[in-house]
Design a binder for this molecule. Structure first.
Ligand SMILES: [Zn+2]
Length: 495
């Protein structure tokens, strides 16, 4: 294996790879977050004992008839709308026939030439410029079961089958071959995942297989107008694997072409252990799925009224939110990006900003101190012990000059620890900023008396010494003196 990989790099060094342009399209399966399966009432819960979440419908027993889940359709429509697709008024289910031990029906119920949603797009950013990746279609289908080849004492001889996943609702999102690098594919999938999570139709948890990705890859000489022969790469179950597999596959294809070979149209599997892809089956022997319209289901009709009801439930999407955060709160592009990473973060920020009267400062606290403490506590923002209102209050107290920024940094971890509002902690610990002129003047006089040398220097024209004297007063007040006021009074005193 090792020698194969080195020969590929020798045959296609970076300067040769640079002569080619990759062409990438993705097929993404997303598990919808319905409580029940797509054509029966069995639960979709993860981790149930094997073969317990099943019934005659999802086991494909003779005579059992599918009933389409309305919730699954609504979620699929939301995904379609979030990906800027046109929703077809009439779509149709079709049987995709193939034999596999974890597919007891002998076919998957999918959609073929009349999918639910078509002609959408996702915008990504390439070198700071927006690039539109077209989405060819979004269709609905049911999932198959799972074949377990490992983990049993007799796994060397037997494969076990768990049919709990049979009938779990999926959508398949097919992009156009618009991506030209592994980074673009990575960014497309990132954006897609974020949008799907925002509309709340899937957790997109890759570890649980709720988001699965296959890639179609080919390479062509730069400037060519005809795409090369593509290979389909499967088993890309993390963002990192997607990028690594594409990078390997691009170099491999260039190496094959450079050595005078031709690319086979085939399905290849990515092996995370070797970082390589290997041929699995040739497309020449590909399945003919013999699609035909599903006779047990009526065409799926979506009325204008139903569609507008669903449209009205759509939340603000990440891109719109980013734009609004920049315009409404004056945030920087980067901050807006971070604060719209998930819906929970965005909602937290907006609530904090609302009570803070200083949204930019609230943004800094959420991105900086809060994220830091959450990270080290291993907590999600939804579990934050500091409520957004309390964080907003803390920011407002700094703004009003009741506490200094330095004191706020000391209070915040205590808020995180106790869940208490800042006002309680300030009161309890006597941390309120000292703005009482009488008290300040006393401390200022003490500082002047204790530092005659610096006072002389200042009076002699060395005004930079003022900072030192302010520092002495701040120290005497244990950081609680109002610095602006100290500055002002000290100058007046020194005349
Ligand atoms: Zn069932």
């Amino acid at each position: 294996m090792k020698s194969m990989s080195s020969s590929i790099v020798e045959l296609a060094p970076p300067e040769v790879v640079a002569l080619y342009e990759p062409v990438i399209g993705l097929e993404v399966h997303v598990q919808l977050a319905t409580a029940t399966k797509i054509f029966c009432g069995c639960p979709t819960s993860f981790g149930a004992p094997p073969n317990t979440n099943v019934c005659p419908v999802c086991l494909g027993l003779p005579g059992a008839l599918p009933v389409l889940s309305q919730q699954a359709v609504e979620m699929a429509i939301k995904a379609g709308l979030a990906l800027n697709c046109r929703i077809r008024p009439v779509s149709r289910f079709a049987r995709k026939n193939y034999f596999y031990p974890d597919l007891p029906k002998g076919y998957q119920i999918s959609q073929y030439d009349e999918p639910l949603a078509e002609e959408g797009w996702v915008d990504i950013s390439v070198d700071g410029e927006p690039k539109r990746i077209r989405v060819n279609r979004v269709h609905m289908e049911d999932d198959a079961g799972k074949s377990l080849h490992e983990g049993f004492r007799d796994s060397s001889r037997y494969t076990y089958v768990d049919l709990n996943r049979c009938g779990t609702p999926l959508i398949e999102i097919v992009s156009e071959p618009d991506m030209r690098s592994s980074q673009e594919a990575y960014d497309f999938l990132t954006e897609l995942k974020q949008v799907i999570q925002f509309v709340g139709v899937s957790s997109c948890d890759m570890e649980k297989g709720h988001l699965r990705c296959d890639a179609n890859v080919s390479v062509m000489r730069k400037g060519a107008d005809k795409f090369g022969t593509k290979a389909e790469v499967k088993n890309l179950n993390s963002f990192r694997f997607l990028k690594a597999a594409l990078d390997y596959e691009i170099v491999r294809q260039v190496a094959v072409l450079e050595s005078g070979g031709r690319i086979e149209q085939e399905t290849r599997l990515y092996d995370p252990d070797t970082g390589q892809t290997a041929g699995m089956r040739s497309k020449e022997h590909a399945h003919d799925y013999r699609y035909f319209p599903e006779p047990d289901l009526l065409p799926l009709k979506i009325s204008d009224r139903w569609l507008s009801e669903i449209r009205a439930q759509m939340p603000e999407l990440p891109a719109q939110k980013r734009k609004r955060f920049i315009e409404e709160y004056g945030l920087r592009e980067y901050d807006a990006q971070v604060l719209t990473a998930t819906r929970a973060v965005a909602e937290y920020f907006e609530r904090a900003a609302g009570t803070s009267s200083d949204p930019r400062s609230a943004a800094n606290w959420v991105i900086g101190d809060l994220a830091g403490l959450l990270n080290s506590a291993g907590k999600d923002i939804a579990e934050s012990p500091v409520s957004p209102e309390h964080l907003g209050e803390l920011v407002a107290l700094i703004g009003k000059g009741e506490i200094s920024g330095k004191i706020a940094k000391e209070i915040f971890p205590k808020m995180f620890e106790s869940g208490q509002p800042p006002s309680i902690i300030i009161e309890k610990e006597g941390l309120r900023q000292i703005s009482d002129v009488g008290a300040l003047d006393k401390m200022i006089d003490d500082a002047i008396a204790a530092n005659p040398k610096q006072v002389d220097q200042y009076r002699g024209g060395k005004t930079a010494v003022l900072g030192f004297l302010v520092g002495q007063v701040m120290k005497a007040s244990r950081g609680q003196a109002n610095p602006a006021l100290v500055n002002e009074r000290l100058k007046a005193r020194l005349g």
